[in-house]
Design a protein around this ligand. Structure first.
Ligand SMILES: [Fe+2]
Ligand SMILES: [Fe+2]
Length: 388
């Protein structure tokens, strides 16, 4: 039997990894294909923010579900110390004494092969199947393969397939820059965002598509307006526009839920509401919205706070919290008496705008006979004092 195997850090696994394996399998027709995530790659340490081996294994399992027949092996995860391919080959040889072992690898791996730990042993046990990664690879690889065949009697085949640009570092770069949703497997991407591995931040169109599903259609223009206004305010006041957009998109994510549904979520997240909150979805949705956003999209503490405090405000708010509070209030679809001066003030003096917004909001509650929340009263004391 032929046993093909494909190892790597899979940090993160991406579709080119899967395609590489699929193409290699088409050519090699192995009886068994093992995909083997490395526990501790021997060549270089994993960059900061990388998930641990168990998580990379899970991501790899998810990514390769697109390739039926691929078996994800935890053999390198079970070993301690560095994940040397020679140890993997030794283990495979012991388990499959009569198999033809074939190691699938990218071109760059072949070019550094003679630096690998026990590379001669690997060559003595394994055939190598090499995939081109860049246009220029083919000739260099063929030369290298010929040299190694000649020098060591190596069994090397250079697979004649279209080159696949394949770089996990490129993927990590995309993830940090609010991209990657179009390049990575959907489930892999959602999981990375949920855990915020690699310092990933959600791509905003991806986030909108998911967050808007939680809204009543009639609320979408308000949420889109809030995002728009939040980004403008962020640019005015030197806050991160991406984080402002994220908080704007998510701020009303649980507003549609009934009070029993709000309470169910609160119980799930260990949130305890006071009596006033229990009677008012305007108060509960900010709290449950922040918690749900964290569970589904792994929002950072900053964004969490901006969602959490967008209804009542609080003393000593962060800049991002103030931006979302005000954006929610003055976004372009808002039309009420006094909105224009508040809009103008939000761009002139954000703390004064907080004081004015809180005052207007408390007046409105008083007129409707609704008891205000203590957080709003304290917030007004805080911002009112600062601006008088
Ligand atoms: Fe809200
Ligand atoms: Fe809102």
């Amino acid at each position: 039997m032929t046993l093909a195997f494909y190892g790597g850090s899979f940090n993160p696994p991406h579709p080119a990894h899967v395609r590489a394996c699929a193409l290699a399998c088409e050519r090699l027709r192995p009886d068994k294909l093992l995909v083997i995530p490395a526990s501790t790659p021997p060549h270089k340490p994993l960059p900061e923010g990388s998930p641990d081996a168990a998580e990379r294994f899970e991501l790899t399992r998810i990514a390769f579900r697109a390739l039926p027949g691929a078996e994800i092996s935890g053999m390198e995860l079970r070993r301690s110390g560095k994940s040397y391919s020679s140890d993997t080959v030794r283990e495979l040889r012991a388990a499959y004494p009569d198999a033809r072992l074939c190691m699938i690898m990218g071109a760059d791996m072949l070019l550094s092969f003679e630096e690998w730990h026990e590379w001669r042993y690997i060559l003595s046990e394994c055939a190598l199947a090499v995939l081109p990664r860049d246009e220029g690879d083919m000739a260099a690889m063929q030369r290298e393969a010929a040299r190694m065949r000649e020098a060591y009697g190596a069994d090397i085949s250079v697979l004649d397939v279209a080159p696949m640009p394949m770089s996990s570092s490129g993927m990590r770069e995309l993830l940090i820059n609010r991209r990657g949703a179009d390049e990575l497997d959907g489930e892999v991407y959602a999981r990375i965002i949920r855990r915020r591995d690699y310092g990933a931040k959600p791509q905003l169109d991806w986030l909108r598509a998911r967050a808007y599903k939680f809204l009543k259609p009639a609320r979408v223009p308000h949420v889109a307006g809030c995002e728009h206004e939040a980004v403008k305010l962020a640019e005015r006041w030197g806050e991160d526009p991406g984080d402002a957009a994220e908080a704007g998109i998510l701020h009303d994510i649980t507003k549609k839920l009934s009070m029993p549904e709000q309470l169910k979520l609160a119980e799930k997240y260990g949130i305890v509401f006071d009596t006033l909150e229990r009677g008012n979805i305007k108060l509960t949705h900010a709290v449950t919205g922040a918690a749900l956003s964290r569970e589904l999209f792994g929002v950072t503490d900053r964004v969490y706070g901006a969602i959490r405090w967008h209804t009542t405000g609080r003393p000593g708010m962060t800049l991002l919290e103030k931006i979302i509070y005000l954006a929610d209030y003055i976004e372009p679809t808002r039309d009420f008496e006094g909105v224009e001066p508040l809009r103008a003030l939000a761009y002139e003096d954000i703390d004064a705008a907080m004081a004015l917004g809180l005052r207007m909001s408390l007046d409105e509650l008083a007129a409707a006979g609704i008891t205000p929340h203590g957080d709003s009263l304290e917030a007004l004391r805080w911002y009112g004092k600062e601006t008088t």
